[in-house]
Design a protein around this ligand. Structure first.
Ligand SMILES: [Ca+2]
Ligand SMILES: [Ca+2]
Length: 205
């Protein structure tokens, strides 16, 4: 990552067995202030197991909670399937692999930070903990130079390809990459790609 870059990281669950009867997930992610969290979005995993209601029988659809907050460089996230109004849990339980949450970060300063899942709770329908293993992550923020999209200190075809992934975008677009807007006009278009191509072969110290 280069300073100023905005990027997403998914928090995912893998190999969940239906027999564990997962009902809720909570985790606490720590990171150093070289990063700022801009947004946290719920992933599709838990929601796909929500049970539809039956209006004719007066049974409402199952609901869920997704909640997050940040406190002193710790992100806390909770995602829970709720019981029916009768207090009963549904009869279908989550299983398999999927994304629980997508976190959007901005790289603010040079340096590196681990992304540590310092506490993770996976609970079944009666609050028992489900055993699991955790994988942490690392982010390195290096000095960035113009036209070098992948921070390998040279301008070549890879940089054109990376910039072209943001082709046709503007800020707030999901594929927007501020680094690819090399003339800083708020659009990534053919002009930016020509400018990068014009610097082919440039190397940085
Ligand atoms: Ca490069
Ligand atoms: Ca541009």
């Amino acid at each position: 990552m280069g300073v100023g870059q905005i990027f997403d990281i998914d928090i995912a669950i893998r190999d969940l067995d239906i027999e564990w009867r997962l009902q809720g997930v909570a985790f606490n992610l720590s990171y150093l202030p070289v990063l700022t969290i801009l947004d946290v979005m719920e992933g599709p995993f838990l929601g796909q197991f929500l049970q539809p209601g039956d209006p004719d029988a007066g049974i409402p659809s199952q609901e869920k909670i997704f909640y997050w907050f940040i406190e002193a460089n710790h992100l806390c996230v909770m995602n829970v399937l709720l019981p029916s109004p009768s207090g009963k849990w549904c009869c279908i339980y989550p299983e398999g692999d999927g994304v629980l949450a997508t976190i959007t970060f901005r790289a603010d300063n040079l340096g590196s930070t681990s992304l540590d899942l310092v506490t993770t709770d996976l609970s079944d329908e009666i609050g028992n903990q489900i055993p699991h293993t955790i994988m942490h992550g690392t982010v390195e923020i290096r000095e960035s130079f113009p036209y070098d999209m992948n921070l390998d200190l040279r301008v070549d075809i890879e940089d054109i390809i990376i910039a072209s992934l943001a082709f046709g975008t503007h800020p707030d677009h999901p594929r927007w990459n501020s680094q690819a807007d090399v003339n800083n006009d708020g659009f990534v278009n053919i002009i930016d790609l020509y400018i990068i191509a014009h610097h082919f072969g440039t190397t940085y110290p």
